[in-house]
Design a protein around this ligand. Structure first.
Ligand SMILES: CCC(=O)SCCNC(=O)CCNC(=O)[C@H](O)C(C)(C)COP(=O)(O)OP(=O)(O)OC[C@H]1O[C@@H](n2cnc3c(N)ncnc32)[C@H](O)[C@@H]1OP(=O)(O)O
Length: 627
């Protein structure tokens, strides 16, 4: 039996033994004696008697081990033309001082702090400072509009919000202060303070509750790590569900630290002193797990990149960063590689940069199409590892464990389930399917450490959203199959969540914005295939009788509204006015059927359809590239 098979089997047969052993990689104030607590099943807790501090594990313990001079963080910002390097000792000092600043405002264990920062070192500092105090951070991605920020503020009810004066996109400076002010105007909950990091590209005018990051931190006393229970929350990260209301995914301290440390060594083959780069954003789970926490937990060097794959300044940007900082591996989303490939199909830019340090490309966040896989492999000449996971899971469900035992790859497969993930394919009745049979991908409970224990403040919504459909299983929302060798093939979402350039969005929330337009009688938003971004939202709109607006004007209004209400990240541009929407006899819109037709599949028409002629009339619209 190979190392992978042995680990996987043991993680399912003896989860206590497996995960208590894995927990030895973490420094505990009180080491756990029990791995899992099933008292409140189906809500499980990992390491119920363990006590630790995550920021101590990410920083202080490396310094105490004599590695304070090792580089912890490299900041590389082509959009500002600046950069910086922090040793572990320097980063710890920044974190301790900012934790002191937060503490001076009354932030303590269990308090929530919303972080709305771009890809600057202060984002990492703010997250780790919360962890140091036992406070719970909730980072919101900068591409979201005020209403989305307000929804998160109302759910997390933070004591403090930490923000920058601006973020920088290649073609524009995005002023954050007006976004925050508008979010706070519409939110019910009002944080006591907003700490603002002033950036020279657009300094903000500070109001009554606002405090300047630099002034506040200069006055602060460094704070020591506060011990927390392993089961205490480390962060809340909101993700799109099938309804408009985002779900607050909770991550605990102990299980998270253990699982991430395990993956760095065993999945990504990264250890102390290795340079590791995740090109994503701290606002996504990939950023939380693999820009901030995991690399620091194992004493590696993490690269924080404030730029894009193309245009900052060219399609060689990723190769320059790898080459300049000696990165051993890159983790990014397929859409980033597709963006490079589109501009530089022959990878001419690559020849400019020596890449001796580079060993592996890891891709996740959306389906990896074969063309992108082959292009990457051919030009980079290193293993290209597709892997699959979700905001909820915090770390890979399925991967090729490069550090444990590199396995043969199969194009289209995210390889095999990682330890602790008992992945099953279920039919509509919850029956486990055979190899090659396609169905819903579900995971037998309990989920391993590091996966969400619940949703913030709403155990019932957690149960309803994930555990209700199939008794004893977590429903991933993805469909696919497992082959005879145990390889997992993920085929796409089975619900109304779409993935646009690796950003997960709810079609329901876009629909709500479209439906609010005075001329719209009813609408459906579906995700359709896009060669660059993977999927794009498309709205099919039925006008109210007598509405006189032109299709072009309506489109402009709807695009502006979605940008204003959800954010530019929705990349919403495609609107078609149609005569009617296909429905079942009970009035349910046939979104799945329309999605299938738009993607060119031979989609079966449900027998419950009210009027097949409506669907027939829509086919040419659905099949056209742009409505
Ligand atoms: C495994 C678990 C997970 O799935 S976690 C999620 C993993 N997903 C990711 O890491 C995301 C991967 N995608 C990306 O990093 C980007 O899409 C890349 C590939 C870099 C392309 O970026 P970009 O060219 O900006 O396109 P986009 O589609 O992301 O943006 C659309 C519009 O939104 C804007 N935007 C983007 N980010 C911000 C931001 N932080 N602040 C403000 N605005 C932002 C973009 O400028 C763009 O705007 P516009 O429509 O061009 O005006």
């Amino acid at each position: 039996m190979g190392a992978y098979d042995e680990s996987y089997r043991r993680s399912l047969d003896d989860p206590h033994g497996f995960w208590l052993e894995a927990a030895e990689a973490i420094s505990w104030t009180r080491p756990p004696t029990r791995a899992i607590d099933a008292t409140d099943a189906p809500i499980y807790r990992w390491y119920p008697d363990g006590v630790l501090n995550t920021s101590y594990n990410a920083l202080d313990r490396h310094i105490e081990a004599g590695n304070g001079d090792r580089t912890a963080l490299i900041y590389d910002s082509p959009v500002t033309g600046t950069g910086a390097t922090f040793t572990y000792a320097e980063l710890r000092d920044e974190v301790a001082r900012f934790a002191g600043a937060l503490a001076s405002l009354g932030v303590g264990k269990g308090d929530r702090v919303v972080v709305y920062l771009p890809m600057v070192p202060e984002a990492v500092v703010a997250m780790l400072a919360c962890a140091r105090l036992g406070a719970i951070h909730s980072v919101v991605f900068g591409g979201f509009a005020p209403r989305e920020l307000a929804a998160r503020i109302d759910d997390a009810t933070p004591k403090v919000i930490v923000a920058a004066s601006c973020g920088i996109e290649p073609t524009r400076v995005v002023e954050y202060k007006p976004i925050i002010d508008e979010a706070l105007r519409i939110s019910q909950h009002q944080p006591e303070h907003a700490i603002v990091l002033q950036r020279p590209q657009a300094e903000a005018t500070l109001g009554e509750r606002d405090l300047d990051w630099t002034d506040l931190t200069a006055k602060a006393e460094p704070a020591d790590p506060v011990q927390v229970d392993a089961t205490d929350p480390l962060y809340i990260l909101y993700t799109s569900g099938t309804t408009g209301k985002p779900k607050g995914v909770v991550r605990d301290n102990g299980g998270h630290a253990v699982a991430l440390a395990w993956t760095m060594r065993n999945v990504y083959d990264i250890g102390p002193g290795d340079v590791w780069w995740t090109a994503s954003d701290v606002g996504w789970v990939v950023g939380h797990s693999y820009i901030v926490y995991a690399p620091l937990l194992v004493g590696a060097t993490t690269v924080l990149y404030e730029g894009k794959p193309v245009g900052t300044p060219d399609a060689g940007a990723f190769w320059r960063v790898i080459s300049e900082h000696g990165a051993k591996a890159l983790f990014t989303a397929p859409t980033a590689i597709r963006a490079i490939k589109k501009v530089d199909p022959e990878a001419a830019e690559l020849a400019k940069y020596p890449m001796e340090s580079f060993r592996t490309l890891f891709l996740a966040g959306e389906r990896l199409d074969p063309e992108t896989y082959h292009w990457s492999h051919e030009h980079l000449g290193v293993p290209v590892v597709d892997h699959w996971w979700q905001t909820e899971t915090g770390w890979p469900i399925a991967a090729n464990p490069r550090g444990l035992e590199p396995l043969p790859t199969k194009p289209g497969s995210a390889t095999v389930p990682m330890p602790g993930w008992n992945v099953q394919i279920l039919d509509a009745y919850g029956k486990e399917l055979l190899p090659q049979q396609e169905g819903a991908i579900a995971i037998k409970l309990p989920l391993p450490p590091g996966a969400l224990p619940t949703l913030w403040g709403d155990d019932q919504r957690y149960i309803d959203s994930y555990l209700k459909e199939y008794d004893g299983y977590y429903l991933t929302g993805d469909g696919g199959f497992i082959d005879e060798d145990g390889y997992i093939f993920v085929m796409g979402r089975t619900d109304d969540v779409i993935n646009v350039a690796g950003h997960r969005l709810s079609t329901g929330s876009i629909e709500a914005v479209v439906a609010a337009n005075a001329a719209v009688a009813e609408c459906a938003v579906i995700g359709v295939h896009d060669p660059l971004k993977g999927q794009l939202p498309r709205a099919l709109v039925v006008l109210k009788a007598g509405a006189s607006v032109s299709e072009e004007t309506l489109r402009d209004e709807l695009v502006a509204a979605v940008r204003r209400e959800i954010g530019p990240v929705a990349a919403f541009r495609d609107v078609s006015v149609v005569d009617a929407l296909p429905k079942t006899r009970s009035g349910k819109i046939l979104r799945r059927t329309m999605r299938g037709i738009a993607d060119g599949r031979d989609e079966p028409v449900p027998s419950t359809i009210e009027d097949p002629a409506v669907l027939d009339a829509l086919r040419p619209v659905l099949r056209s590239q742009e409505g």
